[in-house]
Design a protein around this ligand. Structure first.
Ligand SMILES: NC(=O)c1ccc[n+]([C@@H]2O[C@H](COP(=O)([O-])OP(=O)(O)OC[C@H]3O[C@@H](n4cnc5c(N)ncnc54)[C@H](OP(=O)(O)O)[C@@H]3O)[C@@H](O)[C@H]2O)c1
Length: 276
């Protein structure tokens, strides 16, 4: 299709600002693709499913006219972040936004869940996110020196704010994302780069199917948000230069309240929400 650009075609592309989004085939990442397109960016969309990415690209093109380049990758492969970066390298000076959104969780006792699956979770939620940030940040700092602003958005979770029995590794990965993001925000805020951690609470996406959370209390209440609202709030927070954004008023209040109670009480509450 005319708006499909193979990575090698970047060199011939008109210089539009680009937003690179991981996990853009469904859920929050898909909606972030629409937010960025509405904001005037052409897109580099990645996920494993090429067919689902193509569908998002078709819809983005129809609704906003913006062009997407699709790169199908499994980011649990240790070399995948470098492959993604190298694919985008010919257009690196046009990349203005990096959104590290791809991630997943798993419900169950740590000692019973599959070892490789939990290590893959760390690879995707933590290592790939860190690696991509490290690869793109020097280019963003160079853009900053030339007076051009850039943005990194890392999708964390309200899971970041307390220990999460029955999703121990997932909660720990998101605590890492918040801590890492706030630290990097501080390091580069005077260099023309905004780094924002976005913390959604329960949000209707494919996430709960993959995590095995469909029947949990966490995903059965009226507080569950839709992905489009989460993406819109996250995008606004990034553009406003915030280091941390919790989506939704109830989620913000919950995140605040866990600071006021003993950590083990907060852990017990998190477990109750995850139980069926
Ligand atoms: N939904 C919630 O309640 C919730 C709450 C807080 C935070 N979050 C966070 O929000 C982010 C987006 O999740 P979502 O809710 O939108 O879930 P989702 O609908 O399952 O989307 C996850 C995205 O990540 C991609 N992905 C998964 N594994 C991948 C891999 N190995 N390599 C490359 N891409 C991969 C998926 O595409 P493919 O399967 O095609 O690869 C998909 O595009 C995640 O970081 C999640 O932890 C979600």
């Amino acid at each position: 299709m005319e708006y499909w650009r193979s990575p090698t075609a970047f060199a011939t592309m008109v210089a539009m600002p680009l937003a690179v989004i991981t996990g853009a085939s469904t859920g929050i990442g898909r909606e972030l693709a629409f937010e960025c397109a509405k904001g005037g960016y052409d897109l580099v969309l990645t996920a494993r499913s090429a067919a689902a990415l193509q569908k998002v690209a078709d819809e983005v093109k129809a609704k906003t006219g913006r062009i997407s380049t699709l790169i199908s990758l499994d980011l649990t492969e240790p070399g995948a972040p470098q492959t993604l970066f190298d694919s985008v390298a010919p257009a690196q000076s046009d990349v203005e936004v990096l959104i590290n959104n791809a991630g997943f969780g798993l419900l169950g006792f740590f000692h019973e869940l599959d070892t490789d699956a939990q290590l893959d979770m760390i690879q995707l939620n933590v290592t790939a996110l860190t690696h991509l940030t490290r690869l793109f940040l020097p280019g963003f700092i160079a853009r900053g020196a030339a007076g051009k602003k850039s943005y990194v958005m890392n999708i964390a979770s309200t899971a970041a704010f307390q220990p999460g029995p029955l999703m121990a590794v997932y909660y720990a990965t998101k605590a890492y994302v918040v801590s890492f993001t706030e630290a990097i925000h501080n390091e580069v805020k005077d260099k023309g780069v905004v780094v924002t951690a976005v913390c959604p609470g329960a949000t209707r996406t494919e996430f709960q199917n993959r995590a095995g959370l469909n029947a949990s209390k966490l995903f059965s209440g009226p507080h569950v948000m839709d992905a489009a609202t989460v993406a819109a709030q996250g995008y606004r927070a990034m553009k406003a230069g915030r280091s941390l954004a919790i989506t939704g008023t109830i989620n913000s209040l919950m995140a605040l309240s866990v600071r006021l109670v003993p950590r083990q009480f907060a852990a017990s509450m998190a477990r109750k929400f995850q139980e069926m």
